[in-house]
Design a protein around this ligand. Sequence first.
Ligand code: URA
Length: 237
Amino acid sequence: MSERLQRAIAQAGVTSRRKAEELITAGRVTVNNEVVTKLGTKVDSHDHIEVDQVPIQRESIHTYLFYKPRQVISSVKDNKGRKTVLDFFTDFSYRLYPVGRLDYDTSGLLLMTNDGELANHLMHPKNKIPKVYVAKIKGNLKAPEIKKLVHGVMIDHKLSAPAHVKILSNDYEKKTSIVQLTIHEGHYHQVKRMFEAVGHYVEKLSREKYAFLTLESLNSGEFRELSHEEVYKLRSL
Ligand code: URA
């Protein structure tokens, strides 16, 4: 399958597509040892591409929807010897990595890919990809607190973007609530800190949805490859 040169460079994780275009027009890219400065030049998997004389790593592109269990770290290595998301993908020769992070004690939907361009697109704050979390919190969430979450709360001296909040259940005896929170930001411990900002400790957290994707038909620890249609849809978000 042929693709545009700038896309091949971006997909290899070298840089963004726009920066790849700059590298091409600056004459820093060769295809089969010839400098190519024309944007949109088509290449296929057999072409040898170098940026500043360094060959780019081209592999077939794959994206998986993974149901991350708790007690698994969302990085490709852990210096404390904990289980990582890559321990679930040992049979693959290409280098997958997670799109964003879920905390060690958070379960749920995590995309794993070797498509650098797709990962950049999904993680760029301007694209505002909605993510749906379900949290079990200490204490029952009250109307004024919901209002605050909806309007945004202060995290690191900045107001969080408005959230969508839905109480799924209240246990008035145990004094806990199960709350669905939809946000598009992805700061460190974002959901836990948002609830903390309105006085509730998150006991359990899972991500149930990422854009239009859900965990449907997967058990914890399982994954499936995304279809071309799903990847196309993610790209166009
Ligand atoms: N927000 C959190 O606090 N933790 C996660 O893992 C994801 C979002």
